[in-house]
Design a protein around this ligand. Sequence first.
Ligand code: PEP
Length: 261
Amino acid sequence: MISATPGRRKTLVANWKLNGHAEGVEAWLEAMAPIALEGKLDLVLMPPALWMERAGKWLARHPGAITLGAQNVAACEEGAYTGEISASMLARAGARYALIGHSERRRLFGETDEIVSRKLACCLAAGLTPVLCIGETEGERRAGETDRVLERQLAILDEGGGFSPGASLWIAYEPVWSIGTGQAATPELVEAVLSRVRSHWAGLNATIHEEPRLLYGGSVSPANAASLVALEAVDGLLVGGASVEPESCADLCRSVIRALA
Ligand code: PEP
């Protein structure tokens, strides 16, 4: 049995994707901050980038409640890259984390492992914690290729990627077939995959102060969150659809907190 780092609070990351509305940012933060301030669950909001500063300003008036992350980050620090936002710009806007390699970016926007690797380096250089998303498609799973795919996606860590002792890393197992489909992975599968991820990390030379935090994402809902977050291997949950509306996200957080009590 592998286990999450003892004494570490579990985390819920709310990835709004291309959803929500500007005024909804404060409404969501106001609804979720009291839950975060109970101190039982760390909450990270990943709104569309345009609203990052808006959220950051609210959070500056309510320190310690919730932290901010970006859904995406440029693979370069500056230059002629129309439409991109760099890791250091995101950090200045208040972000502490950035998703890299989300399956929607890989599938819909051509994000290759090579690009993900450059994003990793940019995040580390800017002091952002990269949240590396990995996961197999339905076809890869059926073909028995899950391990091979995950190893390939994790291989970007093998070169060291600019890790310094002060860096931190999160890895989210998000099977593509479970994202937005209502079909979450079973607790057994999540345990098995995260165990392989920990072994992969243990085999690397990279030295950082904290073990990477391991998350699960894919159709997490108020109904299944408790059984997933309670797993020893799981440090937290990455939630898309169920995180956007404050009522649904609050229900989810409440069920997580009950499961951890
Ligand atoms: C995600 O996009 O990271 C995700 C987990 O989505 P959902 O919760 O909607 O499946």
